[in-house]
Design a protein around this ligand. Structure first.
Ligand SMILES: CC(C)(COP(=O)(O)OP(=O)(O)OC[C@H]1O[C@@H](n2cnc3c(N)ncnc32)[C@H](O)[C@@H]1OP(=O)(O)O)[C@@H](O)C(=O)NCCC(=O)NCCS
Length: 165
């Protein structure tokens, strides 16, 4: 069978994309993305997505410039389950680092759950190193629709961003 090559574009996520992001989480998660888009309008956040030619977002990544002084903090990085391990997450992270450099900042940070070793290995491969650990929490919704507070131990990682090669 012949390989099919699908070009992916990284662009800013818009409100019109929100219904197409249902794959990435619960309705509460979509509300948190909408809140991030409000913050993007105020310049505090960039919110990127990776799309095939249809424009449908198959991966996304937020960058928060207000969380850690002098750094852009990547969060809500996710790639559609059917398209993981193809390099889309790597492309999103590299595009996020470019945005951070574009703001004149020299450091990228992120938090990864201790229970997510695969994502952690990916970040290490891309040059991120642990600098701390903390408990993080956020509101979410179960499949049955119950609201829950999710708390988890996270590894905080960072990368000094050199000039773009
Ligand atoms: C973590 C996550 C965002 C990574 O995205 P991804 O698109 O799968 O990441 P990449 O494909 O760039 O790299 C990951 C893997 O693909 C491999 N890979 C990278 N480029 C590749 C390519 N061109 N062809 C084939 N494999 C490739 C890497 O070696 C790596 O190997 P692994 O599957 O053994 O880990 C994604 O898996 C995800 O959404 N997971 C669920 C949510 C989550 O955990 N988010 C992170 C929160 S901190």
């Amino acid at each position: 069978m012949a390989d099919i090559v699908v070009p992916m574009t990284i662009r800013d996520l818009t409100r019109a994309d929100l219904p197409s992001c249902r794959w990435s989480g619960s309705p509460t998660h979509l509300v948190s993305i909408a809140t991030a888009l409000d913050r993007a309008e105020r310049g505090e956040v960039d919110y990127l997505c990776a799309c095939p030619p249809s424009g449908f977002p198959l991966g996304h990544c937020g960058i928060d410039y207000a969380r850690s002084p002098g750094a852009g903090t990547l969060w809500q990085l996710a790639v559609h389950g059917g398209l993981q391990s193809l390099g889309i997450g790597t492309q999103l992270i590299q595009a996020a680092e470019q945005r951070i450099r574009g703001r004149g900042l020299g450091r990228a940070e992120l938090a990864v759950e201790e229970s997510n070793p695969r994502a952690r290995v990916l970040y290490e491969r891309l040059g991120y190193a642990e600098f701390d650990r903390e408990t993080q929490g956020w509101d979410d919704q179960t499949e049955e629709g119950y609201f829950v507070r999710y708390e988890t131990q996270c590894i905080l990682m960072r990368k000094e961003l050199g000039p773009e090669r």
